[in-house]
Design a protein around this ligand. Structure first.
Ligand SMILES: C[S@@+](CC[C@H](N)C(=O)[O-])C[C@H]1O[C@@H](n2cnc3c(N)ncnc32)[C@H](O)[C@@H]1O
Length: 267
């Protein structure tokens, strides 16, 4: 892949996370996954390694339930926001969270964990096979013997993949928490079927101020279920279970999420 394409993808894995206040407001109603990961973390006894920890939407509830979490993320604004949020937590919660700014394909922590998680589509920022393999090697390197790797990712939806970039999709207007103005919110989708990457342009236009419009680029790799299973298999994992929601329901034709539970395969 050319350097230009590399840089474009790097930007698409960072831009959406430049504004933690918007991120927090946008995903405020996602609570099922946090409850699921808290239950999993408590059952493991910890410590937990969370890849793509962001500003702690999952890690903070885990720490509040008494479990130690190490969170890795490459976004400086998200990591700074997590540190600011931690500063407002009681000392014992603060002491349970370690934040490491770095790339999940590279970071080496020199310790092993009974539970390693990559939550809420973090792995969809692994755009190539090389990215995935480097990441899974790091996961294996951080798993304790019989430790578990749990990851949730969206199931590609054929109807969404066929949306062309010329058609705008309008979301309801809202007051942007950082810009403090009401904005029109439009998304355009452009799926690259060769690289299996969905490029999204998120457009925000302040009401009555078209010149103030800004666009956030975003990209998610699309992994089909059998493909993700094969990637786990050929990178040394055995799948224990795959669910189609956060309460243990089966993966079905209309599931929008897949939740994979895997262990490193014994040699
Ligand atoms: C959808 S957010 C998930 C954040 C948090 N876990 C949550 O559920 O709200 C994905 C996170 O992955 C991080 N990320 C993306 N690519 C990464 C990489 N190569 N290395 C480390 N973090 C990465 C982003 O910065 C972002 O914070």
């Amino acid at each position: 892949m050319s350097k230009r394409r590399d840089r474009e993808l790097e930007a698409c894995s960072l831009a959406h996370y430049e504004d933690p206040a918007y991120y927090t407001a946008n995903y405020a109603d996602r609570i099922d996954d946090a409850a699921f990961y808290v239950t999993l973390a408590r059952a493991s006894g910890g410590p937990v390694l969370e890849y793509g920890v962001g500003n702690g939407r999952i890690a903070l509830p885990i720490a509040r339930h008494g479990i130690v979490v190490v969170g890795v993320d490459h976004s400086a604004p998200m990591v700074a926001d997590l540190r600011a949020r931690l500063a407002r937590e009681p000392a014992e919660v603060r002491a349970r969270v370690r934040v490491v700014r770095g790339d999940m394909r590279r970071v080496r922590l020199r310790r092993r964990f009974p539970l390693v998680v990559a939550t809420f589509n973090t792995v969809l920022h692994l755009y190539t096979r090389d990215d995935v393999e480097r990441f899974l090697a790091r996961v294996r390197g951080h798993l304790a013997p019989r430790g578990r790797f749990v990851v949730d990712l969206s199931v590609p939806v054929l109807e969404y993949l066929s949306r062309g970039p010329s058609r705008p999709y309008h979301a309801p207007r809202f007051r942007h928490p950082t810009a403090s103005v009401v904005v029109k919110n439009t998304e355009r989708f452009d799926y690259d079927p060769v690289r299996q990457i969905m490029f999204v342009s998120m457009e925000f236009e302040p009401m009555g101020d078209p010149a103030g419009k800004w666009v956030t680029p975003f990209a998610h790799r699309q992994f089909f279920p059998q493909e993700w299973e094969a990637l786990l298999h050929y990178n040394g994992f055995e799948v224990e279970r795959v669910d189609g929601d956060y309460s243990g329901g089966p993966l079905k034709a209309d599931s929008d999420v897949m939740v994979w539970h895997a262990r490193a395969r014994r040699p």
